[in-house]
Design a binder for this molecule. Structure first.
Ligand code: NDP
Ligand code: GDR
Length: 346
């Protein structure tokens, strides 16, 4: 196995779009741990939505602080160019997106604008700023859509959602900027990856939260859509390491990142409810609103290129992942309930 590191990490500067999301928060931790200064883009919101990075936040008065947040948006290309000119990063990680597949059917143009065109805005902002940098693009297994598994870097894209189409546009824009302008731009084609920080409306987290609440007697039913879908679920902290490794190579390239282990939503239910000694069949109900107009039936990744060239290998597979997530949600719920009791006692 071969890994290439171009320069020591300490003292490097990175920009992360989507730093408030699941992956952005783990990547920021990883890069800070390596000695980077990290500049994160956040969107203006009427209420705080920085819970995933509050534990690493440093306020502007902190001497020598290495985490800096900026207001910007992937819809605003000029702001992106100005930010890049100001920060002059060594590496840019484009994780920002409207990332929910079901939602992309309700908001297809918005998804196309942010998830698709937003990437082109960032690529053009890099060019316009004249900054020599390396770009990681968060590409997705959703681009493979109806192409049968196992999917690898050469598998054709047949997307089945506005989100998948937008990601395919972003993928080719990244490749095109690499070929047309010699930019160091890479696509990580990541299969589903989850964690206790996963958004609460993605299926694994919806399940792990429900298990914790059912176990505590706070909920009895869980409404889901298609249980037959096959996914390749990995562990997010391991996947951000693969992103970083892609930018340390001598040459830019595209890589699939996956575990190669498949499971249906039903299998994940079995594993997650099993952790709590519960039978999911007694609690799970069907609701058509969670079905998609067109579904991706089976995604199972072949990550041998990443294993060979990046020296990256997955360790956590879906059963262990379900346990990690159920335990975390159980602890979080217990904390919330004891906090609530303290407040009531006062
Ligand atoms: P999340 O949904 O958790 O995070 C998405 C991030 O994008 C948030 O920080 C969000 O900000 C930000 N964002 C949304 N809209 C905009 C915008 N208009 N301008 C700037 N930022 C915006 O996603 P994940 O962390 O799970 O995924 C990271 C990336 O990887 C995404 O691009 C996703 O599509 C892609 N991906 C994810 C996979 C997975 O399994 N997790 C697999 C393959 C690809 P805010 O907090 O304000 O909403
Ligand atoms: P996905 O993840 O669409 O693969 O996209 P999600 O967890 O939303 O769905 C996985 C599968 O579960 C089925 N499902 C349900 N999904 C949700 N969200 N809610 C439900 O109630 C439900 N019931 C069944 C879905 O139909 C689907 O088959 C994720 C995102 O992180 C993308 O950004 C990323 O690109 C891909 O993974 C790889």
């Amino acid at each position: 196995m071969e890994t290439t590191q171009t320069a020591p990490s300490a003292g490097k500067t990175a920009v992360i779009t989507g730093i408030t999301g699941q992956d952005g928060s783990y990547l920021a931790e990883l890069l800070l741990g390596k000695g980077y200064t990290v500049h994160g883009l956040i969107r203006r919101s009427s209420s705080f939505n920085t819970e995933r990075i509050d534990h690493i936040y440093q306020d502007p008065q902190t001497p020598g602080r290495r985490l800096v947040l900026h207001h910007a948006d992937l819809s605003d290309g000029v702001a992106l160019a100005n930010l890049l000119r100001e920060v002059r990063p060594d590496e840019v990680y484009n994780l920002g997106a409207q990332s929910h597949v079901r939602v992309s059917f309700d908001a297809p143009l918005y998804t196309g604008d942010i998830t698709g065109l937003g990437t082109l805005r960032l690529l053009e902002a890099i060019r316009a700023s004249g900054v020599e940098t390396r770009l990681y693009q968060a590409s997705s297994s959703e681009m493979f859509g109806s192409s049968p598994p196992p999917q690898h870097e050469g598998t054709p894209f047949r997307p089945r959602s506005p989100y998948g189409c937008a990601k395919a546009y972003a993928y080719w824009s990244t490749v095109n900027h690499r070929e047309a302008y010699g930019m160091f731009a890479v696509n990580g084609i990541l299969f589903n990856h989850e964690s206790p920080r996963r958004g609460e409306t993605f299926v694994t987290r919806k399940i792990s939260r429900a298990v914790a609440r059912i176990r505590a007697g706070l909920q009895d039913e869980l409404f889901l859509g298609n249980l037959d879908a096959v996914r390749d679920w990995g562990y997010a902290p391991e996947y951000v390491e693969a992103m970083w490794r892609m930018l340390q190579r001598d040459e830019p390239d595209d890589y699939v990142v996956a575990t190669g282990t498949s499971a249906t939503v039903r299998d994940f239910l079995e594993a997650a409810f099993g952790c709590a000694g519960l039978d999911w069949r007694r609690h799970v109900r069907f609701d058509a609103k969670y079905q998609r107009p067109s579904e991706v039936d089976a995604l199972i990744g072949d990550a041998s290129k990443a294993e060979d060239l990046l020296g990256w290998a997955p360790r956590v597979r879906y059963r262990a992942l379900a346990e990690i997530m159920v335990e975390a949600d159980t602890r979080q719920l217990a904390d919330e309930l004891s906090g609530a009791r303290v407040r009531v006692d006062r």
